[in-house]
Write a protein that binds this ligand. Structure first.
Ligand SMILES: NC(=O)c1ccc[n+]([C@@H]2O[C@H](COP(=O)([O-])OP(=O)(O)OC[C@H]3O[C@@H](n4cnc5c(N)ncnc54)[C@H](O)[C@@H]3O)[C@@H](O)[C@H]2O)c1
Length: 374
């Protein structure tokens, strides 16, 4: 449904906005622009070719931005003669709804470029945060564990509908599997296929990609999207459980030697496993100085992933739960989940420091930690 149909803006306003947009398929038309936001396939080679070309055609001082979700801004900027003008401007999907803009500073990005990108975000009425260059930046980096644990629970026998329902009960507008279908399974699938890490016998995302199940965009992903019979014109297809997906999950679980314990997985376990690894990684982000302050981590997922505002963000949630209890739960799942051996269950240095110091504020705990080392 369009914004006009939803009565968010008038027809006149929509026409006015469209009239401000012009299309072109020629690089020559970019010679005088102030900012370029590249948004082509998530493929480093293609991005490098494009940035080399942008470097040739754009005027001096133009901001060369990439909407990449996880590729290195330093590597993209390295093909230009002006890495100081290169920055990440990472929008979140769907970009007209999600208010977050992560501006990713590379090692050589100049303060002028950072300031311009922050002003650009403000002009677009985005919640704009400045973040460091690391794999996945902030929101995608920490929320990766939310998705990984959702898949792990499915492999352990929880149905994808149950996990999604729990996430909604926690306060998310949609569960992790519905979200993957919305964002598009092909994004990660294509990237893993390109870099040779895809394994459809062990990874459900890779299998769905191989089977052309890209999500809502082509009517099948973790769910089948079916238009009910007799549905009115313009009605949206509705998600329905897919037998193919549940069978594939069982096959992959067997390939990985994961035992079925679906009946034991409670609502509380789903909450803990979806949220606590995210909070733990959020602490690592703060520890590494990827964000200026811990509240930026919470802002990034509230406005980039619609993390329930009422929960205050993963770090606020962990703080409310009590860092000591969080460490205890992380250690419990380190021993009891099929993903327990993974690094993300290991309590981060900063959360352990918060417990040791009896400190509620991770920024202060970090400062104390640095002081103590001096
Ligand atoms: N889809 C998302 O949810 C999302 C969210 C945030 C960031 N991003 C990032 O945005 C970028 C694009 O993702 P997407 O999902 O929109 O992909 P997409 O596949 O929907 O669109 C990519 C577009 O790039 C075009 N393209 C490919 N090679 C090109 C070239 N050499 N020159 C010009 N155009 C070229 C394709 O024709 C296509 O229209 C990626 O870097 C992705 O990480 C995507």
């Amino acid at each position: 449904m369009t914004s006009v149909a939803r009565k968010k803006i008038t027809q006149h306003e929509a026409e006015k906005r469209f009239s401000l947009i012009t299309g072109s398929v020629s690089y020559d038309d970019l010679h005088d622009v102030d900012i370029v936001v590249e948004a082509v396939f998530e493929d480093m080679n293609i991005k490098k070719k494009i940035f080399a070309k942008l470097d040739e055609v754009c005027k001096q001082g133009a901001i060369l931005a990439s909407n990449t979700s996880r590729l290195s801004i330093d590597e993209i900027g390295s093909v230009t003669k002006r890495p100081e003008d290169v920055i990440g401007c990472h929008f979140f999907s769907p970009a007209n709804v999600m208010r977050l803009l992560e501006n990713v500073r590379g090692e050589k990005t100049s303060p002028r470029t950072m300031r311009a990108a922050m002003d650009f975000g403000k002009k677009l009425k985005k919640i704009t945060i400045l973040v460091g260059n690391c794999d996945g930046f902030v929101a995608n980096r920490i929320m990766a564990f939310y998705t990984q644990e959702a898949i792990a629970m499915a492999l352990e026998g929880a149905s994808i509908e149950f996990v999604d329902k729990c996430a909604v009960k926690f306060g998310f507008a949609m569960g992790p599997f519905s979200m993957s279908d919305l964002v598009g399974i092909d994004l990660g699938g294509r990237q893993r296929e390109t870099n040779g890490t895809a394994d459809p016998s062990k990874n459900i995302g890779d299998l769905l990609y191989k089977e052309n199940r890209y999500g809502q965009k082509n009517g099948k992903g973790f769910y089948d999207y079916i238009l009910p019979e007799g549905a009115p014109k313009g009605a949206r297809p509705r998600p329905a459980p897919s037998e193919f997906v549940s069978k594939s999950i069982q096959v992959i679980a067997a390939n990985l030697g994961i035992k079925n314990r679906g009946k034991e997985i409670t609502e509380q376990e789903v909450y803990d496993r979806l949220i606590l690894p995210v909070a733990n990684e959020g602490m690592r982000v703060v520890e590494e100085g990827i964000t200026e302050k811990w509240s930026d981590v919470d802002m990034s997922v509230i406005f980039g992933y619609a993390f329930p505002k009422t929960r205050g963000g993963p770090l606020f949630y962990a703080r409310q739960m009590g860092f000591e209890k969080v460490v205890e739960r992380l250690q419990y799942f380190q021993q009891h989940s099929s993903t327990g051996q993974r690094e993300y269950w290991k309590p981060s240095t900063l959360i352990v420091e918060c417990v040791k110091q009896g400190e509620q504020d991770p920024d202060r705990a970090k400062k104390n930690m640095v002081k103590a080392k001096m």
